[in-house]
Design a protein around this ligand. Structure first.
Ligand code: MTE
Ligand code: MO
Length: 246
């Protein structure tokens, strides 16, 4: 019953949400705020909403490197991995009207976006891959963001040096058409090292923003009280920039 209602909510959200991302409520508010404002802000928004470059299939790196966590070191994850993640749940919650609990099957049945993009890691390597999954904006529209929601936090299953990995973005990136919840890489289910079964793609930002082993998507008003308060695992620990635009 619970699962069916999540799908119904998603379907309704999708039908309502077929309009362009630019016409979604948060983007409307952004562009309204920009009306009559000076050119500088207009240019910044233009840059932030522009698409990241997409590449031809001939340029795909067939063995996409795994970086940071390359697995989740728990018996539960190993069992899920071996069984094809039958019980993996992606929770969409926080400041939303209707929290969603989605299975992989739910995610696979949603309208999909496929994009061939270049991943850039701060450590100095890049790789081109083809990613597939539903747009984050669709999930957020289905759940219904409350007006106070300003950031989206991504929760992950893995720990690095004893701390849960997490990340966050603002609504411009959350509503960006290339921001997707990816479950496939280069035409196959996401490999373990690349974040199976689900990971974020946030194509206008550096690699550490792209949360792997995704378990939760949470809408919040402020990042101050989350973990170290700087909006991400590396931001808390190493002073990496929260906004990692490329
Ligand atoms: N959950 C989680 N997500 C993560 C990391 C991590 O260690 N754990 N590493 C980040 C970093 S620094 C990079 S460059 C990319 C690497 O993605 P890849 O393993 O698919 O190359 O994942 C990012 N997302
Ligand atoms: Mo990275």
């Amino acid at each position: 019953m619970k699962r069916r209602s999540a799908i119904a909510v998603l379907a309704a959200g999708f039908l309502a949400g077929c309009k362009k991302v630019q016409e979604s409520a948060p983007m409307k508010r952004l562009f309204a705020a920009n009306d009559g404002f000076h050119e500088g802000l207009h240019n910044v928004l233009g840059r932030r909403t522009a698409l990241a470059r997409e590449y031809p299939a001939s340029m795909i790196d067939r063995n996409f490197r795994g970086n940071g966590s390359r697995t989740v070191d728990t018996p539960e994850y190993r069992a899920q991995l071996a069984a094809g993640f039958p019980d993996w749940k992606l929770e969409v919650g926080g400041l939303v009207d209707t929290p969603l609990s989605l299975t992989l099957d739910n995610i696979r049945r949603l309208p999909q976006r496929t994009q061939i993009t270049r991943h850039d890691c701060v450590e100095g390597w890049s790789a081109i891959g083809e990613w597939q999954g539903p747009q984050l904006s669709m999930l957020l529209e289905a759940a219904g963001l409350k007006p106070e929601a300003r950031f989206i936090v991504f929760r992950c299953a893995d720990t690095l040096s004893g701390r849960r990995y997490y990340e966050s973005i603002d609504m411009v990136d959350a509503m960006h058409p290339q921001t997707i919840v990816a479950h496939r890489l280069n035409g196959e289910d996401l490999p373990e090292k690349n974040g199976a079964p689900l990971r974020m793609r946030i194509e206008r930002q550096l690699g550490y923003k792209h949360a792997k082993y995704l378990t939760g998507i949470e809408a919040v008003a402020s990042l101050d009280d989350i973990e170290g308060g700087k909006g991400g695992y590396w931001e808390d620990r190493s002073g990496y920039q929260w906004y990692a635009g490329i």
